[in-house]
Design a protein around this ligand. Structure first.
Ligand code: DGL
Length: 270
């Protein structure tokens, strides 16, 4: 048993969807969430920059004595996971392995779609991981960069969002995918709209939920789950306090924030 907190970082507030899923599957864990709100978005940045930011975020979490680091951001998972695993002594979990596993389990016709930020799709991390496990899989990967701002605007079921989704979904429809990986922290919020537009024949793989299940399994196997009975709480650290962050954060987390502090991760204070 290990009662130390679990550290999570994301480029911003979207990773709170992962924090929420972690709380649902492991209510006894204390969580420390770092949202790099000063430097969001990561989705259009270079791999070097994303790796540097991810190192700094992890260092901050380790300074809080976390027992593991969860990289909630798909873009950071795509570019920085291997580096962090080599450099950190603490276990590091990303969102990709779990999403890949869930997609392979879900697909019946072997045709899988992936939607994510430009960086995530360009990295080919999901495509490579899926192909490595199933070489004959048919993949359609599409960068859908307009979705993050629309979700942050709360335009979840807005006519403009539906019209943009029509454009993005066309390729997946044409390829006849039966499974669609939502490879971005924000996309779980679009699930009702996507379900309505795609119908029940397409399985949506929610990377937040699959990541939480995966982290739980791994902690269980290594005997590192917390012995606390529940309600351990979550501390939230941000690198900037953007306008309306409370509204946005509570939308992703689906509950009120308890402890929020603004910190700097590129300084030398830890
Ligand atoms: N968190 C990012 C992701 O999951 C989306 C937002 C961003 O571009 O930073 O890829």
């Amino acid at each position: 048993m290990d009662d130390r907190p679990l550290g999570i970082f994301d480029s911003g507030l979207g990773g709170l969807t992962v924090a929420r899923a972690l709380r649902e599957v492991m209510p006894g864990e204390s969580l420390i969430y770092l949202g790099d709100t000063a430097r969001v978005p990561y989705g259009n940045k270079s791999s070097e920059t994303i790796i540097r930011y991810s190192r700094e975020n992890s260092r901050f979490l380790l300074s809080r004595d976390v027992k593991a680091v969860v990289v909630a951001c798909n873009t950071a998972s795509a570019y920085a996971l291997e580096t962090l695993r080599v450099e950190l002594k603490t276990p590091v979990f990303g969102v990709i392995e779990a999403g890949v596993e869930a997609a392979l389990k879900a697909t019946k016709n072997n045709r899988v779609g992936i939607m994510g930020t430009s960086g995530t799709i360009r990295s080919s991390a999901y495509q490579d991981a899926l192909k490595a496990k199933r070489p004959d899989i048919q993949l359609v990967a599409e960068a859908t960069p307009l979705l993050v701002p629309l979700i942050e605007e709360d335009w979840l079921d807005h006519a403009a969002t539906r019209s943009i989704l029509e454009e993005y979904l066309w390729k997946f429809r044409r390829a006849g995918v039966d499974t669609l990986v939502l490879a971005c922290t924000h996309y779980p919020l679009l699930k009702p709209t996507l379900l309505d537009m795609l119908g029940p024949s397409v399985e949506l793989v929610d990377s937040a939920r699959t990541c939480a299940d995966y982290v739980r399994r791994e902690l269980e196997q290594s005997g590192s789950l917390s012995a606390q009975p529940g309600g351990a709480g979550m501390e939230v650290y941000l690198t900037d306090q953007p306008a309306q962050f409370t509204r946005l954060a509570e939308r992703f987390l689906k509950q009120k924030l308890e402890h929020v502090e603004v910190i700097s991760v590129d300084g030398t204070h830890f």
